[in-house]
Design a protein around this ligand. Structure first.
Ligand SMILES: O=C(O)CCC(=O)C(=O)O
Ligand SMILES: [Fe+2]
Length: 254
């Protein structure tokens, strides 16, 4: 906890075992399998074990049929098992601690999201979804207590620098809210608006990669300056992002 107060982020090593992650991974395999069948792309899964469906399987499908790939990603995002995983007692207890909440009953989910980051070879998709330097507090203005809200960052597989793990600036949460600029990732269509902190305000010499082994989880303060890394591997990065707040905090706004 001292480290979290100083750095604005903390790694909880080995929070989840392989067995605890397996049901959610199997669900992703199942979603990939059924979409492949539906889109007549079964051949994309030939020679692969079910464990490879979320990675090589999805990559092959994306190369063949972008729409099928998008449907898989959308189905993962709304899968009930993913929600179940999020509300498990173990995670709520961790969230309670970092929010300084009195009871898990005081926790609210400001936002919940599943990220599916394809390898960098799919550059066009990657650039749209990859997030430049920012603070969470600049993106969320409702159901939040910005002085204490957190992002629980849960990679579903090992996530190292080459997998595109987060890059963070330790201690940057102490700057409070920093000025953000705005740009559209697709300017012609005015789509995917991003607010971001310009590089000139970032002390790159301090940045570090928040690498995770299987089962590790990060807790990031809402004012921590961070950005998405680049996935240069031939694996897909799957991450749950749980944004949580204490509804009893003095600065909580609905
Ligand atoms: O997991 C990531 O790449 C970062 C996502 C992120 O920072 C966000 O969604 O706010
Ligand atoms: Fe973020």
């Amino acid at each position: 906890m001292t480290k979290y107060t100083e750095n604005g982020f903390a790694k909880i090593s080995n929070l989840f075992s392989f067995d605890e992650l397996k049901p959610i991974r199997d669900t992703i395999s199942r979603i990939v399998y059924f979409q492949a069948k539906k889109s007549k792309l079964e051949y994309c899964l030939n020679g692969l074990s079910e464990e490879q469906y979320p990675h090589e399987g999805l990559i092959r499908i994306t190369k063949e049929d972008k729409e099928a790939s998008r449907q898989i990603i959308d189905k993962i995002m709304v899968n009930s098992l993913v929600f179940n995983f999020t509300v498990q007692k173990k995670l709520l207890e961790v969230i309670k601690t970092y929010l300084h909440a009195e009871d898990i009953k005081d926790i609210c989910f400001t936002n919940f999201h599943v990220r599916v980051d394809l390898p960098h070879e799919f550059k066009k998709e990657e650039e749209i979804f990859s997030l430049p330097w920012h603070q969470e507090s600049n993106y969320f203005h409702k159901n939040v207590a910005k002085l204490s809200s957190i992002v629980v960052w849960v990679p579903l597989y090992e996530c190292k620098e080459s997998d595109g793990c987060l890059e963070v600036i330790p201690g940057s949460h102490l700057l409070n809210e920093v000025k953000h600029s705005e740009k559209y990732m697709l300017p012609e269509q005015k789509k995917h608006l991003r607010t971001y902190i310009e590089d000139k305000y970032i002390d790159k010499s301090k940045s570090t990669f928040a690498e995770a082994n299987e089962g590790d989880v990060y807790i990031n303060h809402f004012n921590l300056i961070h950005k998405s890394g680049i996935n240069v591997n031939n694996k897909v990065r799957y991450t749950l992002l749980i944004r949580a707040s204490n509804t009893n905090a003095d600065d909580f706004i609905i």
